[in-house]
Design a protein around this ligand. Structure first.
Ligand code: ADP
Ligand code: MG
Length: 234
């Protein structure tokens, strides 16, 4: 129930922000359209034939430039707003973070008939990460895996030390995905689910990039999916 509430709030927030962006982009766009139309008319009817007309042309063009600048400002502002807050980087035990997330998803996984296999390397080095953001990433991946296994299956979580990183693999035996979907899954708002937000993986990838890590995906339709996450060592 708490999950449904959070989801409803997220959706409402996305709707509000989208409406606001549309509103702020529509006005400059229509003004640009209008001015360009005036320019077009002027040239087509040869009204801009004399050198004196140059001033009018200049005014119209500068109106367009001004609106383009405003659009750039607005989009930049929204981008800045949408970026995740700067991570609070500290050395963390990634296996402990995984266990915390597993603890509070255990019940929903069990109910969905998902068996969890924990394959953590004993000597998993600490990573440099923001614990809250890392939890959010794992939660997104676990949830997607559960949703990909509607009639149950196996979820395997592996941690391995790599050269200057730690690699975490989250693998499921779910429906997998076609190449088309695999190519688009990190796009914001891309979803194949009814009522999906399409934000889970976009946000997760962004979080990892800000951490200097990466998130990639391999999948075979009908067999399953693996997400591989790399985080820099502390
Ligand atoms: P959402 O879960 O809201 O759809 P996500 O960004 O979390 O948004 O995922 C985007 C899409 O990627 C999903 O709609 C689904 O098609 C695909 N996907 C993600 N994880 C998996 C997975 N483990 N197995 C199969 N498909 C997946
Ligand atoms: Mg998701």
């Amino acid at each position: 129930q708490a999950e449904a509430l959070m989801r409803a709030e997220q959706l409402a927030a996305v709707g509000r922000i989208s409406a606001q962006i549309v509103h702020e982009v529509r006005n400059p766009l229509s003004s640009i359209g209008l001015n360009v139309e005036l320019l077009q008319d002027g040239f087509e009817t040869a009204r801009f034939a004399t050198p004196e007309d140059a001033a009018e042309v200049k005014d119209l063009i500068s109106a367009v430039t001004q609106e383009v600048d405003r659009l750039a400002d607005v989009t930049e502002q929204y981008l800045r707003m949408a970026r995740p807050p700067r991570p609070d980087l500290d050395p963390r035990d990634v296996t402990a973070v995984l266990d915390t997330v597993l603890d509070f998803t255990r019940e929903e996984l069990e109910r969905a008939g998902v068996e969890v296999v924990r394959d953590f390397a004993l000597d998993t080095p600490h990573v440099l990460a923001d614990e809250g953001q890392l939890r959010q990433v794992f939660l997104n991946l676990l949830r997607n895996s559960r949703e990909a296994m509607p009639s149950g299956g196996r979820l395997t979580i592996v941690t391995r030390p790599a050269e200057d990183a730690v690699e975490v693999t989250v693998r499921d035996t779910g429906q997998g995905m076609t190449e088309d979907i695999r190519q688009r899954l990190f796009e914001p708002f891309f979803t194949t689910k009814e009522g999906g937000t399409g934000l889970g993986l976009a946000v997760s990838q962004q979080i990892l990039q800000v951490h200097g890590g990466s998130l990639s995906c391999q999948s075979i339709p009908g067999q399953g999916t693996a997400f591989v996450l790399r985080l820099p060592r502390a």
